[in-house]
Write a protein that binds this ligand. Structure first.
Ligand code: IMP
Length: 430
């Protein structure tokens, strides 16, 4: 029985929520392994809407273990707020249901402030971040000065750690003209939040290892998308974690053998939030129409998403960098009614045809999409539950995508409703 990793195969917002919810029902354990509360998953269960940012999707359905792995950066206040919000909706969140890695790094108010300051400053590169402090927190983790979950349990050892962290941040803040952070106030804040967070603390790598040996089904829930990966994405317009499937092992403390089937979530067109290159972006009426029909507004920040045609070059690359076994294709119905549909199959870079995303930022900005035009369909795909329900041209579109990206469709989602899905292969049974 394979464990399953779900990753976004584009720039995030591929519609992971519904698929992850469906898979999490079959899983015993759901694990977040990267990112933080920059993610936004909306789940609608029995008519009730639940908004999740940091907690794994399995928490809502109950009866499963939800795990926040070491690869996640955790804002303890955001964590407590989210737990409270879910509890007020009747969801049970106790240390029996939720485990938080003791070696995960914390996001502190100074990270959020720095993220916002950099984004609002008119110097340097504006990334269009979610301003949640994600990047600065990962910087401190890699810089070996982060405060980690376990540190909250050792109040006597905290002061020198806070001093070391602030030596760095206050030097930076002086340079930026920001008020310095006082050690006492940060220590007070950490000691206040500690009793709320510590009950969830766990040696997650060990818990997961035991579970795995007992044959329990694990679902690894990726956030963002592979093109926002710090190494493989459109750097520097990326998030600060590895979002590719390999991170599921590192970010949870399991070896690569624990990861089985990799399901890439792929939207039938392309969207992006924030800044950065987007070769197949549409700046015309068609782009506006796709955005409107697809309700392309961010769940975390409410920002309008940029929209464009399906870019097969990017997804083909993601299939490789994430080792995708199969895809879940979402939002096909948004393309209903277009007379013709375009698919980007390659790029022209300074007049030369290429079939990959170059690593160079300036080259990425100069890419001109090469399109293949495909006939649209006049019928509706919305709510289809079998291939027979789909117009022939829609099936052709799906088959062409499979061919171009080099991965099969395992699931086809035709509306936000859970049952509006065509199942080709259940990843847990692959
Ligand atoms: P950060 O993760 O807040 O640092 O933002 C870095 C980039 O990732 C920005 O372009 C964000 O818009 C994007 N991003 C972060 N989280 C998400 C997500 O859940 N969906 C889509 N884009 C995201």
């Amino acid at each position: 029985m394979a464990n399953v990793v779900v990753v976004g195969a584009q720039w995030g917002d591929e519609g992971k929520g519904k698929i992850v919810d469906w898979l999490s029902e079959q899983a015993d354990i759901v694990v977040r392994f990267q990112g933080g509360h920059n993610a936004g998953h909306t789940l609608v269960i029995d008519g009730v809407t639940y908004k999740l940012s940091l907690l794994p999707s399995g928490i809502v359905r109950g009866g499963k273990l939800s795990v926040i792995g070491n690869g996640v950066v955790v804002d303890p206040h955001a964590l407590c707020d989210e737990i409270e919000r879910l509890r007020s909706q009747g969801v049970k969140v106790t240390p029996a249901e939720l485990k938080l890695a003791d070696n995960a790094a914390l996001i502190l108010p100074l990270h959020r402030e720095l993220d916002g300051f950099r984004e609002n400053a008119n110097s340097g590169t504006k990334i269009g971040t979610t301003k949640r402090g994600i990047g600065p927190a990962y910087e401190d983790k890699v810089g070996r000065r982060a405060i980690r979950v376990r540190d909250l349990a050792e109040p006597d050892a905290l002061p020198p750690k806070v001093e070391r962290l602030l030596a760095h941040h206050n030097a930076l803040r002086r340079g930026l003209g920001l008020a310095e952070v006082e050690a006492d106030s940060l220590l007070r804040l950490l000691n206040e939040i500690a009793p709320k967070v510590l009950p969830f603390m766990d040696r997650v790598w060990d818990t997961l290892d035991h579970a795995r040996r007992e044959g329990r089904r694990i679902l690894f829930e990726g956030a963002q998308g592979a093109l926002l990966d710090i190494d493989h994405g459109t750097y520097p317009y990326v998030t600060s974690s590895n979002t590719v499937a390999g991170q599921a092992a590192t970010g949870s403390g399991l070896g690569p053998g624990a990861v089985g089937y990799v399901l890439g979530i792929v939207k039938a067109y392309t969207t992006r939030v924030g800044e950065g290159p987007f070769p197949s972006e549409l700046h015309d009426e068609t782009g506006r129409q796709i955005g409107e029909r697809g309700r392309e507004f961010g769940t975390v920040t409410g920002r309008a998403r940029r929209c464009g045609w399906f870019d097969a070059v990017l997804v083909r690359q993601t299939v490789k960098t994430s080792g995708i076994s199969g895809i879940a294709l979402t939002k096909l119905d948004i393309l209903d009614g277009f007379e013709t549909i375009k698919v980007c199959t390659g790029y022209r870079l300074d007049g030369v045809l290429i079939d990959y995303l170059p690593a160079s930022e300036s080259a990425q900005k100069r890419l001109e999409p090469v399109y293949e035009t495909i006939s649209g369909w006049s019928g509706s795909t919305a709510g289809a539950r079998s291939w027979a329900d789909l117009p022939a041209e829609a099936i052709k579109y799906v088959r062409r995508i499979e061919e171009l990206i080099g991965a099969p469709v395992a699931l086809l989602s035709t509306s936000p409703e859970r049952d509006d899905t065509i199942l080709v292969k259940n990843p847990f049974e692959a």
